[in-house]
Design a protein around this ligand. Sequence first.
Ligand SMILES: [Zn+2]
Length: 288
Amino acid sequence: MIHTKILIMAASIALLTACSNGAQSSGESANSAEEQKTVEETAAQKEDAEKAAAEKAKEEKAAEEAKAAEEAKAAEEKPEYKLNPAFWGFEPIDNANAKAVLITIDDAPDKRSLEMAKTLKEKNVPAIFFVNGHFLDTDDEKNVLMEISDMGFAIGNHTETHANLQGISEEQQQEEILAVSKTIEETIGDKPKFFRAPLGANTDFSRELVKKEGMLLMNWTYGYDWNKEYMDAAALTDIMVNSELLQNGANLLMHDREWTAEALGDIIDGLSEKGYSFIDPNKIEGVE
Ligand SMILES: [Zn+2]
């Protein structure tokens, strides 16, 4: 009997101890879980704040970069020269180099334009190629235009069939101007930004239309390659470099011709040796 009592007591104590241990241990783990939760919450809050700060810094940096890029673009697109119709040449705006000339190649892209573009590119000289629609009938011709445009040269409108605008109706003038612009846009993805009338023969109607189409109309300061005595590379080089008409801002007219293609490199070297730089058509005022 006593033996049984002792056994029960021992069991009770054991049970009590077990319960109390259990309670203690579970209480402890509840406390530490709560603490852990608080620690975790604090860490999460800290992390969120850090994230937000990083996000904000990132946004600020992106905004700064966008602003800088915009400013650089604006500086790059800022016109440096303006056309002076008194000599169809260019005057510097602000601090642009006055001793500069513009190279233009008309009647492109006939037979020599691609070769001429390569010569210019090699010498890092920009230029405008004034093209005619009748030289853009085939895919091969259009590919040549695309190649010239991809090389970075400006493409100008020189009418569809090289017609004298002063000798045709307004309806025909419109067709002459718009048809080649359409072909150019379809080929290179951009409308032409410059216009030069064949023979420099403009009309009030064509002037208005050219303006409406967003093109800058220009004639030229001097050119010689259509004169018999200059249908020779050496003679043409000499006159293009030493002409008394050479002046600051001169607008130089050349054509897609065999002798001009042959002379082009030497003409550029001769002008460079005289201290002239070359005007980038993209830096001309009135051109977007
Ligand atoms: Zn022409």
